[in-house]
Design a protein around this ligand. Structure first.
Ligand code: F6R
Ligand code: MG
Ligand code: MG
Length: 371
């Protein structure tokens, strides 16, 4: 049961159409979404909100006291996406209007209907810094590597060594997206087991992390559109919430993994590996143009004050991440030279969920037995 005293941060997102192909949201979409959430705030459904975007994904960051998976909050998000689609995306003929709204009607929770969601309920500390990560042109498993580094790798997070309150370690909840199962693994004791799973981010996805004493630390979106629709409908462009400081990794430790632009699936047609480039929220960086990418991540920092969202701070707006962006561009050049060849193009298992299957089907009957 949701507790009234606790604060919940719900980040619910969808691609409901964009400007100039799968590129960037239209300002009017954000305006209509803000109007919706403003009204919800006046009606006290939510305490606060921040509407934003990452590339072509519209993101609703909401704070409230209704707990995770609350039907009212999920319906609010669903109705907002519907309204943005009807009032802006369709009249302006934005590209792929309503793309991620896979169901005809709302049915209790956005999970399984198309939009992605990450939610975290917690008791507010004296001061509660929190980072919301938003990505475009990639998939939920993209957070596996950075979340591992933040919460389990002392070469990334000095606090795991230096701060006694982090010594107890963290518990990772991992989903098997193929089987619809989940498992909890305690780190550092079980880091080898954890890595055995999350090293394959296409199948195993970290959904939640809590401190050893149960303190909620992180939540990530895990929905896979292709699994819901049974066909390719774009990548799932995930979001992630990470709490920081005072007994949790510091904000700088939370951001540090992104100094390494690791390779993630997504990019053009959701069918290519590319480097995850950390970018500022600003318009000059937060849009996917080259080969519809490369994949991008924005980090917004908030302070949570009595369920209000104070901020955001644009955390990758820092020349200290210029080198990561340069490296991502170098990697993009290198990978692009492979053209349609793996490992730039995803392997056959992942390509099963793309439009390539249509092409392979067409060729099936032309194959003949080798004499
Ligand atoms: C990737 C993405 C784009 C599209 C590509 C083709 O997640 O959304 O790269 O896959 O632009 O789009 P269509 O098939 O709509 O022309
Ligand atoms: Mg799109
Ligand atoms: Mg997108």
């Amino acid at each position: 049961m949701p507790s009234e005293k606790k604060t919940t941060i719900s980040v619910i997102k969808a691609d409901v159409g964009s400007l100039a192909g799968h590129h960037i949201t239209h300002p009017k979409q954000l305006e209509v979404a803000r109007q919706h959430l403003e009204q919800a705030r006046e009606e006290s459904l939510i305490v606060d909100f921040h509407v934003t975007h990452c590339g072509d994904d519209l993101e609703l960051i909401m704070s409230h006291q209704r707990g995770e998976n609350d039907m009212v909050i999920h319906e609010l998000a669903w109705n907002t996406f519907i309204d943005v689609t009807e009032k802006v995306s369709r009249p302006l003929k934005l590209y792929a209007a309503g793309q991620d709204l896979l169901a005809d009607a709302f049915s209790g929770n956005v999970k399984g209907l198309g939009p992605g969601s990450a939610e975290l309920e917690f008791e507010e500390r004296v001061s509660d810094p929190l980072v919301v990560f938003l990505a475009d042109k990639t998939a939920p498993g993209a957070w596996n590597l950075p979340l591992y580094k933040i919460f389990a790798d002392p070469f990334n997070t000095a606090g795991l060594i230096i701060d006694p309150s982090l010594h107890g370690g963290f518990i990772f909840e991992v989903l098997d997206t193929h089987e619809g199962l989940s498992v909890k693994l305690k780190c550092p004791e079980e880091i080898y087991d954890l890595l055995a799973l999350i090293g394959d981010p296409n199948r195993y996805v970290i959904s939640k992390i809590s401190r050893n004493d149960g303190l909620p630390a992180a939540a990530a979106s895990t929905s896979k559109l292709s699994m819901i629709a049974g066909r390719y409908v774009g990548k799932d462009d995930p979001v992630c919430i990470v709490r920081a400081q005072n007994g949790l990794p510091a904000v700088g430790e939370v951001l540090e993994p992104f100094a390494f632009p690791h390779l993630v699936p997504g990019w053009m047609r959701g069918s290519h590996h590319g480097p995850l480039m950390p970018v500022s929220y600003s318009d000059s960086q937060n849009k996917c143009t080259r080969f519809d990418g490369p994949p991008r991540v924005v980090a917004l920092g908030f302070q949570i004050a009595n369920a209000s969202l104070v901020g955001p701070a644009d955390l990758f707006d820092d020349p200290a991440f210029d080198k990561a962006r340069d490296k991502a561009n170098d990697l993009a050049d290198y990978l692009r030279l492979h053209g349609p060849f793996v490992p730039h193009r995803l392997g056959p298992e992942e390509m099963e969920y793309t439009t390539l299957t249509g092409v392979l089907d067409k060729l099936k009957n032309r194959f003949q037995k080798i004499q």
